[in-house]
Write a protein that binds this ligand. Structure first.
Ligand code: ATP
Ligand code: ZN
Length: 283
């Protein structure tokens, strides 16, 4: 039996539970329960506050856990990281009141900065040779400047709308974060084996999520150039269109790679590009 700790309720909870379910692991979840056991995989799930997860995994109370890298690194437990999971992407940023003059991070020298992440902030300031007063507060950091508690804040941002609605302007990105799977460093052989099985399933889920089916039309003379631009493609399917001299090209691409090359494909003559999800991918 492997014990997994996930956030009880918050921004990591839903995606963490979804990942486990997509791995084909069934369990009965109740918002009232703090612990549940899977009915078809040797996994027990503990529901905890995210800040407590790295400590519990380090101590072996839980064997593995899912937590934001921001919390993991803030708590100095990055050695527990197994791999990034690709969800709950956000960043820790410095922000100042909209009207405040700001040219560079040096302007924060001698200022008061409110944050819930004093260690990450201190490391960043030190790297940049800035000395500032750090006020550690546990929540509602974004109101600190308007109540006179601080000149700037350092807080989690995803879209930036919370900053804007509090009259703040993002000026520096301090740390990039996403959900990460962590594990105790001394798992026994049985637990290690269960973790390997779980990782195998996680990788299959991630592969299917990233892979997209791509269809596009192109003049015949561009087909070889476009094929060469599609990474990882050995042999795309090429079908003639009713219109003389044109073909339809079908292939599978990694979504991330696709965004990198879209302009080049278009410049090479691709038209009517469709990118559609793949439900299952057996390779
Ligand atoms: P808890 O009650 O468990 O202590 P919390 O209030 O500290 O929860 P949440 O706001 O639920 O934490 O955020 C949990 C994690 O989700 C953060 O540490 C961060 O990694 C990530 N996160 C936070 N805000 C966002 C966001 N706006 N978009 C995406 N991910 C985010
Ligand atoms: Zn928390």
């Amino acid at each position: 039996m492997l014990r997994l700790a996930i956030q009880k309720s918050g921004r990591l909870s839903e995606d963490s539970l979804n990942l486990i379910r997509e791995c084909g692991i069934s369990f009965i979840s109740s918002t009232l329960k703090l612990k549940t056991e899977s009915t078809n995989f040797p996994l027990e799930i503990l529901f905890l506050r995210d800040d407590d997860i790295p400590g519990y995994v380090a101590d072996g109370v839980a064997d593995i856990g899912i937590v934001g890298e921001n919390v993991l690194v803030e708590e100095g437990k990055q050695q527990l990281a197994v791999e990034k999971l690709g969800f709950s992407k956000c960043r820790l940023s410095l922000a100042v009141p909209k009207g405040a003059s700001y040219d560079s991070v040096q302007d924060l020298d001698g200022k008061n900065i409110a944050t819930s992440y004093p260690n990450l902030l201190q490391a960043y300031l030190q790297e940049n040779g800035v000395t500032a007063q750090i006020h550690t507060i546990s929540g509602s950091v974004e109101i600190a400047p308007s109540i006179g508690l601080a000149d700037a804040i350092c807080d989690i941002v995803s879209s930036g709308s919370t900053l804007i609605s509090n009259g703040l302007r993002e000026v520096e990105r301090v740390f990039k974060s996403e959900a990460v799977l962590i594990a105790n460093e001394n798992l026994n052989a049985e637990k290690k084996q269960i973790l390997e099985k779980l990782l195998f399933r996680i990788h299959s889920v991630q592969r299917a999520q990233k892979a997209k089916y791509i269809l596009l039309n192109a003049p015949n003379e561009s087909i070889s150039e476009i094929s060469a631009l599609l990474p990882g493609v050995k042999s795309p399917t090429i079908l003639p269109l009713a219109e003389e001299g044109w073909s339809s090209l079908h292939s599978v691409v990694n979504e991330d790679d696709f965004w990198e090359i879209i302009e080049k494909i278009k410049d090479a003559g691709a038209q009517g590009i469709l990118v559609v999800p793949i439900e299952k991918m057996i390779i």
